[in-house]
Write a protein that binds this ligand. Sequence first.
Ligand SMILES: [Zn+2]
Length: 506
Amino acid sequence: MTSRLSVERLRRDGERFMQEISREYYEAHSGLKPSAELQPIYAAHRDILASDALEVAREYFAGSTEGSEEHRSARLLLDWQVESQSSRELAPLDEQEIAWEADAVVTTPDGRRIPFQRVAIEQGNSTDRNERASLEKARAALVQRELAPMRRERFQRERDITESLALASGYNPTWELLSGVSLTALRDECAAFLRDTQAMWDEVLPAALKRVLGIRREEATRADALALFRAREFDQYFPATEMEPAILRQVREMGVDPLANGRILLDTGEREGKRSRAFCAPVRVPDEVYLVLRPHGGQTDWNTFLHELGHALHFAYMRPDLPMEFRWLGDNSVTEGYAMLFDHLMQDAGWLQRYTGLDKQVTPAFLRAAGLEELHFLRRYCAKLIYETELYGGSVSWEALPDLYVQLLSDATGFRYDPADAFVDVDTRYYAARYLRAWQLQAVLTESLVSRYDADWWRNPRAGPWIVQALFGEAQRELAHEQAQRVAGKAMDFAPLIRSIERMLE
Ligand SMILES: [Zn+2]
């Protein structure tokens, strides 16, 4: 009885804690505040973040029957508590890192000073390979010297804290227990995907490098990848002023209010200190959801806006009566799957011709470029997941990880990676696995929407209400593969993604 009451308190105070943290991140990452002050929030909520709270969640989990709703809730609450144990201890490091990213400046050999946050944008926009390379050299040196040691310490400590809880025999089995997802199976699928698409990649990459950047495959680095996929040649078809009106119109045509009656707030203007990577901040779910984007220009913005809008719609249309753990926690492959459902509209010829400046003549070339980018992105994420299982797995020493990172990422992508990024280019707590499963879920959902509402489901006024009710409303109660079964009666895998890439590259 006391334990049930305590679970209720975990839910109630936990939601308040999450709202405060989320607001702090929103304000710091959007440039409204110079830095994030996380430690006062952790201090104010120490009761629900201390080891007692972990014990409540652990008992609730141990006492629930596998397969029951209670077990589902308990797994999510325990996962959250385990994450909180490390987040609380790592808060000073996270604060330090956020402050560093906001202040850091890269100085090039010719004396140019570029804010760290803008380097990727500059590299993507630069048409001069030497300029990209010198910027990359300066960036990597700074990262190696200042950011990499902070991040390495962060991962070491996170692994130690998680393993010390002794929920399973190591970091990876603990993650599998708490997520309900098999890393071993996903890793095998990634290795198979890399093998199955190797010949295709070897054929398309060198031609694209030569055509777009005028360079050979042997000399291509990650900075060149940014420029290649920036795909400036299509920018004219994606005017900045048209982006919001066109995309919001499409969501309306689908039968959904794109701003969810004011619950979604768009923060899409240029602001100093704003992160270059767009994000969605659900500050109160479902009532106050921010979509934050720093404009880079061209099709990238359209793609990012669609992605973040998928998240924002998901959060803003969650059923408010669902318990906190289904709205705030759960398998993020689901929310990433909805984000990808929207950003993959940029791979739909009909959608492109209706809402962007692309016409019938240019669309095939655009889709070939999109197919190339999709294949690159998937291969990069497959390699990242394989690398991260080693980083968290513990059988490779910390000293040896940078070489492994360079080898795995460079082999998979065909672009030379820098060892400085081995602890920086890592999604914490296997977020790469969430993305990879989201890709698979997106493919299942798109197929299902096409069969229910036809190829132009995105402008069918019956499709939106179904998406809101059957998908968004359910929040994140289900695991991604459970949802694929419920909605489409299908298992998730990479096969439909390979088929769609082959169609685009034709
Ligand atoms: Zn996302």
